[in-house]
Each structure stands twice: as structure tokens, then as C-alpha cells.
Design a protein around this ligand. Structure first.
Ligand SMILES: *[C@@H]1O[C@H](CO)[C@@H](O)[C@H](O)[C@H]1NC(C)=O
Length: 398
């Protein structure tokens, strides 16, 4: 009997142990499940919106609903009256564009135009291309180089999407006549050789482009431009990468609001990722793989919220992420850069502003159309893994 009861107790203990083991392992399994779910959510919020669709080709306009940040959703680029235009001819005439060329679709056609490309092309623009309002240029499915000539100018336009193009070796332009936007002929005297230049433009989304090796900057946002999202681009091999407001006197750029998200900077970028004057920039979830002089800079009292980026410093001594122009002009408050949850590697650091107790960190205050969840900086490598123009093979996902 005694033997039995001991045995019984041993049995109970064994049973209890088994239950505890099962319970613990089920908790473990749940946690592992959570972990793997987390791992598979690593496509960023914009890409997740359309890239998982194998039929993205027949649902191209879905893209317009995927933007976030200050550009908001691009509803005005889709819907009734949209013209589907396909580029079949890589040639260019800046004043009398032929049907089939990029300039015909981007500068001559009016209204909502969604531009795609028949096949891979290298387009050497004879002059800067003036993109019209309500125009989407969608390079998905082809390898499109805008190279060796003029590049894009967005002059007094709104509701523009530029997606999936490769800009490089843009050339500075001499003054001359150019068509557009909306088929007017303009005498144009700017064109420093930026890849994409915004001049008094608003509601612009620049997504998944690859940009490198241009004589001036890659993207310039100037003269009262605002409501811009620059996302998922790959910037490399460039001295001056991105300028948000181009001169100290441009007071109307105080209202400039730009979101810079999920971009990949590097290798071989020297400075201005971005450089900001006057306005507000939300720089979030970007990957910085080294820099020559600095990553983020500013002057003229801008506000920059640097949030959950990954900064990998160069091996040189330039470990400091930020640069600011020393302004000792009286009455001018210094620039404000707020670093929130940024991740630093290889010795990278941001110097906190001297009065770091400013609680009023300038949140972007996005509305519903602009809002997105910021992801931990630890996942930035995954979020930006496919930055730049995507290679979308026929009948496959991008
Ligand atoms: C920018 O977007 C906001 C909405 O977020 C809008 O109120 C404002 O008018 C826009 N500015 C311009 C210049 O389009």
C-alpha cells in the first residue's frame, strides 16, 4: 500500500511536471509565433499595401492609395477620366514632343495621366522635363533610365507621383524653350542638373527611385513647395543629396513639410540627407550607410524630427550625424533637430541640442491620410532592403 501511494505521489508529480512542461512550451510556441509574425511584417507600410499582389500589373492604380506622410494619399491621380498612356519611344523633342514619348505624356497631355513604359529604355532628355499636375509616372515592369540629359522639374504643379525610375548623370541645362506643364511653352532658365527639382510644387510623392551621380543635387524641394513624401528611394554616389529649401531668403519655405521615409542613403553619399532650411522635415526609418561629411544638416531655423533611423557611421572620424551652419546672428534661434529612437552603429552619434528639455518635440501631426506607424530602428535594414527602382519580372511580384 505504502509502495502504491509513493508511486501514486510520484505519478502525480510526474503528471504535474508534464502539465507545467506543456504549459511552458505552449507559451514558448505562442511567443515564437509572435516572433515569426513580426519577422514577416518587415515589408514597410507602403510596400505592404501593393507589393504582395501578384496582379499588381492589372491593379497599378492601387499604388496611389499606398502613400503616407505629408503627401497623403494620391486619390486625385486615379478615378474617373484617367488617361492611360504608354511610353513606346525613348526619343525626345522639348518643344514638339511626339506621341509615344515620355514628354508627350508628362507635359502635353492634360488631366489625370498614368504613364507606363512598354519596355526597358534609356531616355536622354534634350531639356528638363516639366511634369504636369495629376500625372503619375510609373516605371514598374521596365528598367527606365533618365540619364545623360535633362531631368525632371515640377514647376507650380500638384498631385504628382514619380515611381520606379533610375536617374543618373543628369546634365545642367542652358536656358531655352520647353513644353509644359500642360502643353504651354515656357522659357526656362534653371536646371542645375538636379535629378528631380520641385519649384512651388505641392502634394508630390517620390517613391522607389534610384538616384546617383548628378552634377548638383538629386532632389531639391524649393520655393514654397510643400506636402511632399520622399520614400523607398536609393540614393548613392552623390555629393549633395537632398536639399529642402534652397536659399536662406526663401521665407515662404517656413510652411514646407516633407516626409523622408524608408530611403537607403549610401554608399558614397557626402552630405545633405537632407539639408533643411526654414521648414519641417520628418526623417524616419531611413538607412544611412556611411557619409562623407554628415547625414542631416540645416540652417535658418528648420525643425527636423529624426525618428527611428539607422545611422551607420563611416570608418573615418566623421561620426557625427548632424551638421549645422553656425549662425551667430542675433535674435535667430538655432536649428532644432530632435532625435527620437534613432539607432547608431560604428560610433555614430547625434549631439543633443543644448536645451534638451524642450518637451515640445515637433510631431508631424499627420492626418488620417498621412499617418503611419513608425517601426523600430532595429528593423530598418529590412524595411529598406528593396529601396530604389524595383525589378519586377513579368508575371511576378515586384
Ligand atoms: C498641404 O496639405 C494640407 C493638408 O494636410 C492642406 O491643408 C494644405 O492646404 C496643403 N498645402 C498646399 C500648399 O497644398
Amino acid at each position: 500500500m505504502a509502495f502504491f501511494s509513493i508511486n501514486n505521489a510520484a505519478c502525480r508529480r510526474a503528471a504535474l511536471l508534464l502539465i507545467v512542461t506543456l504549459f511552458l512550451s505552449s507559451i514558448h510556441a505562442t511567443m515564437a509565433g509572435r516572433k515569426s509574425r513580426k519577422a514577416s511584417v518587415r515589408m514597410n507600410v507602403i510596400d505592404r499595401c501593393w507589393r504582395r499582389d501578384v496582379n499588381w500589373r492589372s491593379n497599378r492604380q492601387k499604388l496611389a492609395t499606398c502613400s503616407v506622410g505629408f503627401a497623403g494619399k494620391m486619390w486625385n491621380n486615379i478615378g474617373g477620366g484617367i488617361i492611360h498612356y504608354q511610353v513606346t519611344d525613348p526619343s525626345d523633342d522639348p518643344v514638339n514632343p511626339r506621341p509615344g514619348t515620355l514628354r508627350y505624356g508628362a507635359s502635353k497631355l492634360r488631366g489625370k495621366v498614368w504613364i507606363t513604359f512598354k519596355n526597358d529604355m534609356e531616355i536622354k532628355l534634350q531639356k528638363s522635363l516639366m511634369v504636369s499636375s495629376f500625372t503619375a509616372i510609373d516605371g514598374r515592369g521596365a528598367s527606365i533610365h533618365i540619364a545623360g540629359g535633362g531631368c525632371f522639374v515640377l514647376y507650380k504643379v500638384t498631385n504628382v507621383i514619380i515611381h520606379g525610375l533610375k536617374f543618373h548623370d543628369c546634365q545642367a541645362q542652358s536656358p531655352g524653350l520647353i513644353m509644359g506643364p500642360d502643353s504651354g511653352i515656357l522659357p526656362v532658365n534653371w536646371g542645375d542638373g538636379d535629378a528631380i527639382r520641385l519649384v512651388t510644387a505641392s502634394k508630390v510623392w517620390i517613391d522607389h527611385n534610384t538616384l546617383y551621380d548628378c552634377p548638383d543635387g538629386l532632389i531639391d524641394v524649393t520655393r514654397g513647395s510643400t506636402n511632399v513624401t520622399i520614400s523607398n528611394n536609393w540614393f548613392r554616389n552623390q555629393n549633395k543629396v537632398m536639399l529642402l529649401s534652397h536659399d536662406d531668403g526663401s521665407v515662404r519655405d517656413k510652411n514646407m513639410r516633407v516626409t523622408v521615409a524608408f530611403n537607403h542613403f549610401g554608399p558614397d553619399c557626402t552630405q545633405r540627407m537632407p539639408r533643411v532650411r526654414h521648414g519641417y522635415a520628418h526623417v524616419v526609418n531611413n538607412l544611412y550607410l556611411e557619409w562623407g561629411k554628415y547625414a542631416i544638416g540645416g540652417s535658418m531655423n528648420p525643425s527636423i524630427l529624426s525618428e527611428s533611423n539607422l545611422f551607420v557611421a563611416p570608418n573615418s572620424e566623421n561620426k557625427k550625424v548632424t551638421w549645422r551652419q553656425d549662425i551667430n546672428v542675433q535674435g535667430r534661434t538655432p536649428w532644432r533637430v530632435y532625435s527620437v529612437n534613432d539607432v547608431f552603429e560604428n560610433g555614430a552619434y547625434i549631439k543633443k541640442p543644448p536645451n534638451a528639455n524642450i518637451q515640445a518635440k515637433p510631431r508631424p501631426q499627420y492626418n488620417r491620410e498621412q499617418f503611419f506607424r513608425v517601426v523600430s530602428g532595429r528593423f530598418v535594414r529590412d524595411l529598406t532592403k528593396n529601396a530604389g527602382a524595383l525589378r519586377c519580372t513579368p508575371r511576378s511580384r515586384c
